[in-house]
Design a protein around this ligand. Structure first.
Ligand SMILES: [Zn+2]
Length: 370
């Protein structure tokens, strides 16, 4: 499945992305706040005020989730882990893309700091509510809601089901006790699936009780948890199966490269029609300059193709995910997943020596499984 993500900025060197699913959630949150929550709590406010406070509260809620994720990421960076980007889906903690920690204690610290951040944020908003409650009602209403939501965020993320923070804490504890990451992940993932099932059951119960909107929300969260728990476990299995394999073993050395000086028209006529590849590394005397893919070409109007150079529209080297021949399975997976790309250039310094395709990794896994 193709997911669309947008990059909205960079904080502490970490790219901040928004998944398309987040926009739906964001709109739903604004609608719930401005259309239902604030009008019920403060019926005497004018409608524009409901919407204004609703929108500002939603943006601050978004900031709270981002802060939670940044707390995880900064601890990870402090421990020498690579954090490439944060992608916001719905609730923080599930969508974080980092390389997996290699010690139980590291994972424990990384996991717990998110909920602690949310609790601290809740306390700050609680204080703001207390100070403004008799003076500025819209501000105190906003602070009260955000205090409650940050407490909920902390509690929700502490649910002991992998891959939520609480599940990661559970996994770190079992891992520390048993010394076996796979067993720990399996147990934490089962806990996650069990809890997800309870959510869906509870949501169904709510619907039968007539509270269909609450019920749908709870079922939705349950479904989300369930898919996260199963895919999180699968990732660990795959990582384990990739084991000792190196990028250099899986890469292809038989591929076409193009020069950045070619025009898009030449690329299409001489390469795309012949090789039928979706994307081409752009190299200059063996040094990697970037990657050009058909999406980049299609973004340029056809009549401009003879006058546009590849180097003008390619994804430049600095923005590419690459691997070294010595990189192992978990790095390969993390890089492939970081931007959801189909292939990674394999480089030694700037020198392009191979291409690692997602399909080659999959084929290797199939052979291993058989
Ligand atoms: Zn978290």
């Amino acid at each position: 499945m193709m997911r669309t993500t947008w990059r909205i900025g960079k904080v502490f060197g970490i790219a901040i992305n928004i998944d398309s699913s987040w926009l739906i959630i964001f709109a739903l949150v604004i609608w719930t706040l401005a259309g239902a929550h604030f009008p019920q709590q403060y019926p005497r406010w004018p409608t524009w005020l409901h919407w204004m406070v609703g929108v500002i509260t939603s943006i601050l809620l978004f900031g709270s989730v981002l802060g939670h994720e940044l707390a995880h990421s900064l601890v990870a960076i402090g421990q020498g882990e690579g954090v490439h980007s944060i992608t916001l889906f719905i609730f923080g903690g599930v969508a974080r893309i980092t390389e997996e920690p290699d010690e139980p204690l590291k994972e424990l610290l990384m996991a717990i700091v998110g909920p602690l951040f949310s609790l601290a944020t809740a306390m700050a908003f609680g204080v703001l509510w207390f100070l403004t409650r008799a003076l500025i009602q819209p501000l105190s209403a906003l602070a009260r809601y955000l205090a409650m939501i940050n407490v909920s965020l902390a509690i929700f993320n502490l649910i002991p089901g992998f891959p939520l923070d609480g599940g990661r804490v559970l996994r770190a504890l079992i891992w520390g006790l048993s010394g076996d990451l796979k067993v720990a992940t399996r147990l934490a993932s089962w806990a996650g699936q069990g809890i997800a099932f309870l959510f869906m059951l509870g949501g169904t119960w709510q619907i039968f009780g007539g509270r269909w909107l609450d019920g749908l929300w709870i079922i939705f969260i349950g479904w989300f948890l369930y898919s996260a728990a199963t895919s999180g476990y699968r990732q660990v299995l795959v990582r384990e199966m990739l084991g000792e394999v190196r990028a250099g073993d899986l890469m292809t050395t038989d591929f076409a490269t193009v020069s950045g000086d070619l025009t898009l028209q030449q690329l299409v006529d001489e390469y795309v029609l012949r090789h039928r590849e979706h994307s081409y590394p752009v190299a200059d005397v063996g040094l990697l300059r970037g990657i050009i893919c058909l999406h980049d070409v299609k973004a340029v109007p056809r009549e401009r193709w003879p006058f546009t150079k590849i180097s003008e529209v390619m994804t430049p080297w600095a923005e590419l995910e690459t691997v070294s021949p010595g990189d192992g399975g978990s790095t390969i997976l993390a890089r492939l997943n970081a931007r959801d790309v189909g292939q990674l250039p394999v480089v030694e310094g700037e020198r392009l020596i191979g291409l690692l395709r997602r399909s080659d990794v999959l084929r290797y896994l199939q052979v291993r499984m058989a």
